[in-house]
Write a protein that binds this ligand. Sequence first.
Ligand code: SF4
Length: 712
Amino acid sequence: TGARPNGPTTHPTTCCYCGVGCGVVVKQELDGRLTVAGDPQHPSNRGQLCSKGMNLHYTVMDQSDRLLYPQMRASRSMPRQHVSWDEALDRTAAVFRTLIQKYGPDAVAFYVSGQCLTEEYYLVNKLIKGFIGSNNIDTNSRLCMSSAVVGYKLTLGEDSVPVCYDDLEAADVFYVQGANPAWCHPIIWRRIEAHKAANPAVKIICVDPRRTDTALSSDLHLPLRPGTDIVLNNALGRILIEEGYLDADFIARRTDGFEAYRAQVMQRTVEEAADLCGLDPEAIRQAATWIGRSKGFLSLWTMGMNQSVVGVNKNLSLIDLHLITGRIGKPGNGPFSLTGQPNAMGGREVGGLANGLPAHRDVTNPTHRAEMEAFWNSPVHIADKPGLTATELFEALADDAQPLKAIWIINTNPLVSLPNTPAVEEALKKARFVVVQDISSRADTVAYADVVLPAAGWLEKEGTMTNAERRITYLPQVLAAPGEALPDAEIIWRFAQKMGFEKAFNYQSTSEVYQEYAQSTLGTNVDVTGVSYALLREKRSVQWPYPAGSHGQGTPRLFTDHRFYTPNGRAQLHAVPDGNASEPTDEDFPLILTTGRLRDQWHTMTKTGRVAKLNQHTPEPFLQLHPQDAAARGIRDGQLVQVTGRRGEVRVKAQLSEDVRPGLCFLPMHWGKLLESTLGRANNLTHSLLDPRSKEPDYKYSAVQVLPYRKV
Ligand code: SF4
């Protein structure tokens, strides 16, 4: 109700795409037009934005596919009708209550997203774990970083990223493994490039079976065979030991498990390891020497490490390298798992995974459960076993013998993003009840919803996010949401009230939700009791932990002069076996398919797909194939090919390139819907094999055959 502005207004906020978490200044003209620019005051990006960030305003200004009002259908054969919010939420609450009464609390589930704000994550988690009594909540962040979460826990004691972006300018050796930051975390990459330009002695080592833009700009590219990362890391460990690059004092004072680690890495010679990896042993020695001699050794990784049946082991083998050299807790040093989504970290903090509770508590820990039951004044006991994880939720929906019957999907598009999409489609058809809460009808999953709830998007709601370096930023509401769309947090608290939990979900603002979450962190390693919206408006951002009474910008680095978060305060080294149990290739499916991202698209394109400028970079999906493999199959560049796997098929144009190894092909992950002549949904080909500890799927290794497409 404030006075009308008499000129343009500016609003500092945060980019809603990747985990870099760049500060953005949105300028709104009097006629409503928007422009965006990088926020020079924001320490993460210092005024820079990548192509996706620079075009953010187009995604807001194009409202053509927005969901504008709640919709509901009486049965699967009926079309959905426009209904009121009360009708939609009353019906959903009635169905949930009926299913819970008949099959127990595990009859229902929420599947949420790393694009949810922290407050939204907290509320859904509180509702299902603390009030419904089920741990059936998981997030699409499971698909990108849960192996890193487990890796940090098993080595450092908790899911705590030890480093910060300022370490980028303090490092002199970057070990980039299974990541392509030049395309997927561009502002981090620009900071590394600028640092290297000013300091030519800085070395970048890129470990990737593909010759990506990151690999092209690196000093040393190690194009290893897919799935052999642990073999390589153990070989590096062996060389570091043999060449005397250990920090013996650090190992003795601050770690456990070194002897078992040494015995493991000594099992293979460097030559044997190089042979398994398909690499030159001298290149491995070169990488080890640079790491051993460095003053600042920073490793960066993402999906190539995490999305694997041995994703946790890959993480352990990398963190081991930091622990044996003592390269952690010091400027420019540490293992840095980059997050893919803008608030994957916020979700981790509030316990938004099937096994978590707020402030890194765990549902399997009786003390943690008791603390949260008391804090929430829960009417039920929190279940003592982890709930179903992302892929498990959809498998259970398809299985009549399982109690799960209903799923509520928030801000994610599992029909395109989960592996083995033919099976996901079956699950959505078989589910008794599907609720989809989203901003856009472009999300393919909407077609399967019994109830559709229109959500407010970026700039249309307020809340907080945490980026990859533990930096919490505030996002103000700048615009009114279109139609009847509501902020996600309000949808959840209204629904919780319909379920009979009026008192515990009687919020008037997301600020109250944040304050409640902050109080739940008191005395933990994630303590943010000093953070409030008022503080974030004043400081723009702070790094947790930030206990009450803190000053300044928070805590840039962890483990600098105190204990690790393990029970005895010592980091745990792991002897990591180097086997891999990915899907085997055979005569019928002789090639390995890896999937990944393109520079200018985001996830399943529900936002970036609206922006003409971004679509120009790569207008349609393609299969990158080595010329040798193409020649053996009579495939020409640009020809339409059929990619077939054990679960489904894809039809795309071939792009012949030596950027992939022979025997490997690459398909971007973004496309969902049928295009005119091609069918590019990459996850028709991927499978549901998981890492047993992180439950993260193995998107990077599926067996396929590629042949020229012949119309039948
Ligand atoms: Fe947004 Fe990530 Fe690009 Fe920064 S690097 S502008 S957070 S997409």
